[in-house]
Design a protein around this ligand. Structure first.
Ligand SMILES: C[S@@+](CC[C@H](N)C(=O)[O-])C[C@H]1O[C@@H](n2cnc3c(N)ncnc32)[C@H](O)[C@@H]1O
Length: 297
C-alpha cells in the first residue's frame, strides 16, 4: 500500500482495484436500476498494484498472470482469465446473464450491455486485493450482485452474503446463483434493520458499491461489522471529497478515519477507488458505546 494522498493520513491509496464514485445517493425502487448501472459504469478500476506485496499478495490473487490491463476498448478476456482462473467460464456466464436479463430486468442500464466486463465485473473483482483470506463478507445493497458475485468468483475462499431489499432483485440474484452453482447466501432486507443486524452482523468485511453517501454507508455498515472489521465502499471521482465531507460523521459512528485506496491497477484502467473505514468503536452516545467504554474501564 502506498500513501498517495495530498490530504495526509486520512487519504491513502494502495495499488489495486478502483474505487467507485464517491457520493452516490441512496437509490431504491424500480427506477434505481438504470441509474445504478450508469453510475456504476463511472466507477474506476485499480492502478499501481504491486502483486508481489500488500493486500494482493495476502489475498492470494494470481500474481504471475498480470499480462494486460482492461479498459473499455480492450479484450477483457486475458484479464478475466487472470482474475478468475478456472472460474472464467462461470464469470462468462454471469456476464452473459447481466447483459441479457440483467438489462431487461433493469438491474443494469440499457447502455451497459456491451461494457459489462470492464465497467462492472472486472472492476468489482479487483476488490479481492483488499480482502483477507477466508473473510466473511456482506455485500450491502448488492443489486445485480455487484461487487459480491465477481468477488466470489475471484475468491472462492470467501464466505459471502448478498444483502438486497428489493424482491425482484433478490429473485434475480437467487436464480443466477442457482444457475452458476455458487454457494452464496442472498438475504432480503435493509442494512439498518435490527433483524438483519442480529442475524448477519459480525462480518469481517462489508462491501458496497453505488448504494449511499459515505456517512450513511458507515452508519449502516458498522453495526454489521465485528470490531476491527472494515467497510470497503467502492466510490468514484468524488471519493476524496466524500471523505473530507463525511470524516467527522464516520468517526462519530465509531469508524476509523476513512482512507481512499486505489486497487486493481495491474488489471483494469482506470483502477478501482475504495474508501476504507474500520470499525474501531461503538457509536458515541449509544448503549453499546457506554457498555464498551465500561468494559474498557
Ligand atoms: C444503485 S444500486 C447499486 C447496486 C450494486 N451494488 C451495483 O453496484 O450495481 C443500490 C442498491 O442498494 C439497495 N439499497 C438501497 N437502500 C438499501 C439499504 N438500506 N440496505 C441495503 N440495500 C439497500 C437498492 O435496493 C439497490 O439495489
Amino acid at each position: 500500500m502506498r500513501d498517495v494522498s495530498e490530504l495526509g493520513s486520512d487519504v491513502t491509496a494502495t495499488g489495486g482495484p478502483g474505487i467507485p464514485r464517491g457520493s452516490e445517493p441512496e437509490v431504491s425502487g424500480p427506477s434505481a436500476s438504470t441509474e445504478s448501472g450508469d453510475r456504476a459504469a463511472e466507477a474506476g478500476g485499480p492502478r499501481d498494484a504491486d502483486p508481489e506485496s500488500g493486500p494482493a499478495a495476502e489475498s492470494g490473487l494470481p500474481a504471475s498472470s498480470y499480462q494486460a490491463v482492461a479498459d473499455d476498448d480492450s479484450d477483457p478476456l486475458p484479464v478475466a482469465a487472470a482474475l478468475f482462473g478456472d472460474r472464467l467460464e462461470l464469470a462468462q456466464r454471469y456476464v452473459a446473464m447481466l447483459a441479457d436479463t440483467g438489462v431487461t430486468h433493469g438491474l443494469i442500464g440499457p447502455k451497459e450491455g456491451d461494457r459489462v466486463w470492464q465497467r462492472h465485473v472486472l472492476n468489482c473483482a479487483v476488490l479481492a486485493e483488499l480482502v483477507e483470506s477466508g473473510a466473511r463478507v456482506l455485500d450491502m445493497g448488492s443489486g445485480a450482485g455487484l461487487p459480491g458475485i465477481p468477488l466470489a468468483l475471484a475468491r472462492p475462499d470467501l464466505e459471502i452474503v448478498l444483502l438486497e431489499p428489493l424482491a425482484r432483485r433478490v429473485d434475480w440474484l437467487r436464480s443466477v446463483l442457482e444457475e452458476l452453482g455458487l454457494p452464496l447466501t442472498v438475504v432480503r432486507g435493509r442494512a439498518e434493520e435490527p433483524t438483519v443486524r442480529q442475524e448477519w452482523g459480525g462480518a469481517d468485511v462489508v462491501t458496497a458499491r453505488a448504494v449511499a453517501p459515505l456517512a450513511r454507508l458507515t452508519r449502516w455498515a458498522l453495526p454489521l461489522l465485528r470490531p476491527g472489521g472494515r467497510l470497503l465502499a467502492m466510490k468514484g471521482a468524488s471519493a476524496t471529497a466524500e471523505v473530507i465531507r463525511d470524516s467527522a460523521a464516520v468517526r462519530g459512528f465509531g469508524g476509523s478515519a476513512p482512507r481512499v485506496v486505489q486497487c486493481g491497477g495491474t488489471h483494469v484502467d482506470p483502477p478501482a477507488t475504495v474508501v476504507v473505514v474500520e470499525r474501531t468503536a461503538a457509536r458515541r452516545g449509544t448503549r453499546e458505546a457506554r457498555r464498551t467504554r465500561g468494559r474498557q474501564g
